[in-house]
Write a protein of this length. Structure first.
Ligand code: NI
Length: 184
C-alpha cells in the first residue's frame, strides 16, 4: 500500500470529469492506496480525482464517527444518483481544500446505484452524513467542489485562503500536489 499525494485546489484534476471504470480494469491496488491516503489524512471520503486518478471511484470510511461506528468502509464504483429528496444544511470541508469549511445545503435522503469492488450492482439508500459524503464525493467525480455550492459572498470570504492553497503556501499535514507544482 502507498500513500498518494492529494491534489489541492487549483489542480486541474479537481475540475475534470472522471471516466467510468470498466469491468476488466484492475483497480484493487488503487482502491487500497486511496483508503490508505484517506486514513493518513484523517478523511472520511475520497474520490479518484483527488489523487489525480480520473476514474469514477469513491472510498468512504465513517467508522471514526460516533453515529457510524459499525459502518463498514465502502467502495463505490461508477456511482449514479437514482433519487434525492429533502434538504438539510451542514458544515463541510474537503481534503483538497484544507482549512476552508462552510455550510452546504444537500439532499436529505438519496438512493444510489453503483458497482462494488467485485463489480456487482448495488443499490443503496443513504441519508444524514453518509448521504452527504456520497453527494460530496460524486460531485468530485464531476469536477465539482463543495465551495461551488456556496453563495458568492461566502466564496469571496474564502478567496484569500483559496489563493494560499493554490500557491501551495499553506502547511498541510499530509502529502499534497498543488496546481502550482503541476504547472511549473
Ligand atoms: Ni472533497
Amino acid at each position: 500500500m502507498a500513500i498518494l499525494p492529494i491534489v489541492t485546489y487549483g489542480h486541474p484534476a479537481l475540475r475534470e470529469e472522471a471516466k467510468p471504470v470498466e469491468a476488466k480494469e484492475e483497480i484493487r491496488q488503487l482502491v487500497e492506496n486511496m483508503f490508505e491516503t484517506m486514513k493518513n489524512a484523517l478523511g472520511i471520503g475520497l474520490a479518484g480525482n483527488q489523487v489525480d486518478a480520473l476514474k469514477r471511484i469513491i472510498v468512504i470510511d465513517l467508522s471514526e464517527l460516533d453515529d457510524y461506528k459499525d459502518q463498514k468502509p465502502l467502495v463505490l464504483i461508477n456511482p449514479e444518483i437514482i433519487s434525492q429528496e429533502g434538504e438539510w444544511e451542514m458544515e463541510e470541508g474537503c481534503l483538497s481544500i484544507p482549512i476552508v469549511r462552510d455550510i452546504v445545503t444537500r439532499a436529505e435522503k438519496i438512493r444510489i446505484r453503483y458497482k462494488d469492488i467485485n463489480f456487482n450492482d448495488v443499490e443503496l439508500d443513504a441519508d444524514y452524513i453518509l448521504g452527504r459524503v456520497i453527494l460530496h464525493e460524486i460531485d468530485h467525480l464531476n469536477g465539482v467542489l463543495f465551495i461551488d455550492h456556496l453563495p458568492p459572498g461566502r466564496r469571496k470570504f474564502h478567496k484569500g485562503l483559496l489563493l494560499d492553497i493554490k500557491r501551495g503556501e499553506l502547511e498541510i499535514p499530509y502529502p499534497v500536489m498543488t496546481g502550482f507544482e503541476h504547472t511549473t
